[in-house]
Design a protein around this ligand. Sequence first.
Ligand SMILES: C[S@@+](CC[C@H](N)C(=O)[O-])C[C@H]1O[C@@H](n2cnc3c(N)ncnc32)[C@H](O)[C@@H]1O
Length: 334
Amino acid sequence: MNYIGSKLSLINFLQDTIQTVTGITNGKGYVFADLFAGTGIVGSTFKQQGYFVIANDIQHYSYILNKHFIENSSPIDTSKLDYLNTLEGVDGFVYQNYCSGSGSGRNYFSDVNGRKCDAIRIELEDLHLNGQISDKEYYYFLACLINSIDKYANTASVYGAFLKHIKKSAAKEFSLKLLPIIDGTENGLVYNEDINILIKSISGDVLYLDPPYNARQYCSNYHVLETISRYDHPKLNGVTGLRDSTKQKSAFCSKRTITDVFEQLIADAQFKYIFLSYNNEGLMSLDTIKFIMEKYGKYSIFTKDHRRFKADKDENREHKASATVEYLHCLTKN
Ligand SMILES: C[S@@+](CC[C@H](N)C(=O)[O-])C[C@H]1O[C@@H](n2cnc3c(N)ncnc32)[C@H](O)[C@@H]1O
């Protein structure tokens, strides 16, 4: 997924640095926690390295992606794929609220794709409830639906707004594509909680933290994926159709609250090694991070130049700066 803050392009840097600092080359017997998990790329990588992975994210679509990547392993029965892909479209929540043909006034997906998304989403719930697919298959196909439909979104970047006219990539008929299955030594555990609450009840060896860097709330930027994931028929508000996400507003996206929740997180963490990804344009300054982390043990910092998040290649958007500096702050806790 083209996700704000995705660490896909930094994964080698993260792996190398974490290995250098911890000295762990084979994760077997160690616990790695990825608690702002997003797309799940970091946890997946460390799962493949043998670690037992704990993943978490406050967003439900991320929880589903991670339920698949972290808790599933081969083999998974994918024989229902063709059946799901050839279902007749239905006028469900997505069509009624995010497609213009229904008169919703919103244009996030073409009518055909919205109706197809509804058909698959509704069928997955029925198949699961009736015991025709296992938990494992349910999370797999739902993760595939979230990942696949995102590629056909009629947006310039995230779901903060939709385009007036259906763009080329959104006009193509969407089909469910299978995501990779990540195998490791063992399957991990996935949560869907606020990190500051979860941290009190878990422990392990390596804690990786990748919080939002700025005031852009993920619940607003990815609200459409959240609704497809939950399929809970929420009341939508305004032109863009935002769902109520009061409970998912992140304290890491506010200058007023971030320092306190960050320090509390570090204080509560029962992990020997803590790594924090942050860039030079984030809400917390380098000095603040260093000041807080140093209180709790031995601190060091690693840097890497990084290309800025590019929302959508199709739109050929220009950005003021083409690169940012990515920092990996490391703490070995006392
Ligand atoms: C920078 S992104 C993580 C990207 C991820 N490492 C990846 O490579 O895809 C930050 C994530 O933190 C989540 N998040 C924000 N505040 C949170 C909180 N208080 N508790 C748990 N997750 C939170 C967001 O939903 C978002 O997915």
